[in-house]
Design a protein around this ligand. Structure first.
Ligand code: FAD
Length: 291
């Protein structure tokens, strides 16, 4: 079993869409960077103005924070040339970490890439050509909704890792056994690289329920009763969400997990409390790890 002191964290943010969100993002970054995380990641919106905001936010975060930044990049809806230009822009700005994703096609529901790269495998191969980079890819303990079956999904994950990704970060899940079974199956087909659990604190139960239906994550039925019992009590809701996340992570720590990727939704308090409960400590700025 890991000791709590060896448990490390990375935190995912999304690009802010207005001034209020900008302020909230930087407050969150400032609070979480005191925990000396392994990296921050900035999600990528491929369409319209979201694209520029994503790129600018990742680069600004890299320039302003002592913590290493991983830029998410999706390749659906774009030509290979466009993607290579964006990757080069990140690289030239000093960003050396990426989360390489296919993303979802804008004009169809089947999620297939419209042109350029056909899947995240080809994006990983392209990013490797930039130079010394660290690449994460996505994994799906409950199987990607467009996968033919669980086996082909895992085989595809293996191709992404064999193409040069350093680790996989999972879609969020709420059942530790689901992750552990997935990790066992991955090991059985020869995946040896780290599979990092993606942890989503339940900030808003109804929203999580709705989003989970779309992305194929199962919300345990016991959550319904638990969240109903605290429906009109924000403090009790917070406590419940915190306890559920810590309980899930503690079980995974007992099974050898030493890195959690927290989906912050740009809200710091819960992620800070989860990390502290799992043994993270606040460091003084001069003790930050080299990014
Ligand atoms: P891929 O792994 O390339 O493919 C998705 C699935 O399709 C595979 O799991 C596999 O089952 C199947 N598949 C594809 N190609 C083949 C093949 N050749 N043979 C067999 N099966 C195949 N979305 C964003 O828009 N922006 C983000 O910043 C973002 N960040 C994310 C971060 C994480 C950690 C995760 C888990 C997801 C993120 N997403 C993001 C969502 C992601 O873009 C979607 O889940 C998308 O539908 C799939 O992208 P992928 O990289 O997993 O695709």
């Amino acid at each position: 079993m890991n000791t709590a002191a060896t448990t490390r964290f990375s935190y995912e943010f999304f690009p802010p869409r207005n001034d209020n969100m900008v302020r909230k993002l930087w407050r969150s970054v400032g609070q979480l960077e005191r925990l000396d995380p392994l990296f921050f990641s900035m999600t990528y919106g491929a369409l319209g103005s979201a694209q520029k905001v994503s790129i600018d936010s990742a680069i600004e975060m890299h320039q302003e924070s002592p913590v290493a930044v991983a830029a998410h990049l999706t390749c659906a809806n774009a030509s290979a040339f466009e993607i290579e230009q964006i990757a080069k822009q990140y690289y030239d700005s000093g960003i050396r970490r990426f989360v390489a994703l296919r993303g979802d096609a804008a004009d169809s529901t089947d999620g297939e890439s419209v042109y350029g790269y056909n899947s995240a495998v080809e994006l990983v191969e392209a990013l490797r050509k930039l130079g010394e980079v660290d690449i994460s890819v996505a994994a799906y303990p409950e199987v990607h909704p467009q996968a033919q079956n669980a086996q082909s999904d895992l085989a595809h994950l293996k191709r992404k890792l064999d193409a040069g990704a350093n680790r996989a970060i999972t879609q969020y899940f709420f059942d530790a056994d689901c992750f552990l079974r997935f990790r066992d199956q991955a090991r059985r087909i020869g995946i040896e690289k780290p599979i990092i659990p993606g942890i989503l604190p339940v900030h808003d139960y109804q929203k999580v329920k709705a989003f989970s239906q779309r992305c194929g994550a199962t919300v345990p039925t016991r959550f319904e009763v638990k969240f109903a019992s605290v429906a009109n009590n924000p403090a009790a809701q917070y406590r419940l969400s915190l306890d559920l996340a810590v309980e899930l992570c503690e079980r995974l720590v007992r099974e050898g997990v030493d890195h959690f990727h927290l989906y912050t939704l740009n809200q710091t308090d819960m992620c800070l409390d989860i990390s502290l409960a799992l043994g993270a400590s606040v460091v003084t700025p001069q003790l930050f790890s080299a990014a």
